[in-house]
Each structure stands twice: as structure tokens, then as C-alpha cells.
Design a protein around this ligand. Sequence first.
Ligand code: DGL
Length: 273
Amino acid sequence: MTGDGLRGSPGPDRPVLVLDSGIGGLTVLREARVLMPERRFVYVVDDAAFPYGNWEETALRGRLVELFGDLIAGHDPLACVIACNTASTLALDALRAAYPQMTFVGTVPAIKPAAERTRSGLVSVLATPGTVKRQYTRDLVEQWATKCEVTLVASVNLAALAETYMRQGLVEEAAVRAEIAPCFVEKDDGRRTDIVVLACTHYPFLVNRMRKMAPWPVDWLDPAEAIARRALSILPKASPDTPMTRHDDTALFTSGGADAVTRRLMQGFGLSA
Ligand code: DGL
């Protein structure tokens, strides 16, 4: 997996590394860039392994530990943001154990805020099959949402639909409707799901389509800003004198390269690829 594409140029201007299997982490990166305009970001797309949601757990954990070994050696980041629920719920502990000097910020299903906000007590968590399977996710429900009824909904296709939508601007609305349908639960007493947790960073890109296809209005919970704020809170404070020159933020692809459409998409998010 060690390839020249994953190598950087360690130096005083240490970057913040943001990783996902695809475009999903851009939802977190765009918030992070707003909150930390003085920071340099390297966005890592593990596209050679997309979709993470279908991987077997031991193999994906091993891949992530190895990949971060290369990335940390190559880029000497200040911190690593895992902008992916599927990876964080699986490998955060292993990564922290393997690289104890590194600060990792994870992205895990926003079950606690959903449980605090719901009025009906019916919360759904929309995620990849991997995230739904995880013990980590089950533990979050146990820990924070015992007073709610939580429906975990595994979506096989939504992450790929979001990839296509962001590249081509098109998405089949019937496919989105079918993927989100199990999130909508109605009880005999009239209570209905009122919050859907977007527990995959790809999904916020489709949220307008989801709103349109939803059988009734719900609150769609996107944790991107909270993740970016968490990263801001644990990074060393930038001095107010830090010059505000825009850094050259870059995107790297584990597949070795991106096609023209993907490069253009990355440029739209301020990344050279
Ligand atoms: N963006 C990733 C997440 O937050 C998942 C996409 C995939 O299955 O690769 O879970």
C-alpha cells in the first residue's frame, strides 16, 4: 500500500489529515476549512477500498492500521480526522493503540444528540452495513438511547449513489426512497420517527433528495460540523498573528489517481488533486 502518492513533505507546516473511502469526508472537510482557515489539509480518499461498508471487519481494520502507518510516516500530520463512520466504529481503538503519539478524531453515529432531541422517542440511524453491524454502534445505543426506540437501517447503495450524484449531478429518486424507507416507523399510538441520524458521511450530499422522498418531515442529523469543532478543540490554538494565506490543500487517492471529473470535484472543495 506504500505508494509515492501517499508520501508528503513533512515540515513545519504540519497538515491535518482527513480520510474517507470516497467523497463523504468532504462534508467534514468543508466545515473544518471554515473553522480552521489557517490550517493545511490533506484529504485522503481510500478509493481503492470503496465501499468500506461491505468489508469484513478484520481485513478492513488491518488495512486502516497499515494505511495510517504510511500516511503518518509520509505526512507527519498534526492530527488525523477519520471522516468516516464505518472506519471509526471499527478501527479507532486499534489506530490509537498502534500510533499512540498521534491524535485521532473519529466520526461515530450521532446517537446521543438524537436521543436528547427526539420528541416521539423514535430515532432511526441510517448507515452502511458495516456501521450497523458494529458492536461500537450497539454500545452507543445501550449507553445513550435506552429511553428511545432506535431503528438501525443498513443501506447497501446510498454511499455509491452519493458518489454518482456528486460526479454526475443525477440520482435516481426511487432508489433513494427505497433506501430510506425503513427509517420511517409509525406506531399504533400515532408516534412516528422524528429524527434520522446520517451515520455515513456520504449521506448529507443526498439530504435534499431524502427530504423530498421522505413520507413525512424529520430532522436529518448531520454530524459534520460537530466533528470539525471537535478537531478544532483539540488542535493547538493557532496564533492570531498566523498569516491567512490560503494553503495548497491536496487530495490523495489510494488507487493512484483520479479521473478528470473527480479532480474537478476536488477542486470545487478547494483541493488540488
Ligand atoms: N463515508 C463512509 C462512512 O461514513 C462510508 C462509505 C463506504 O461504505 O465506503 O461510513
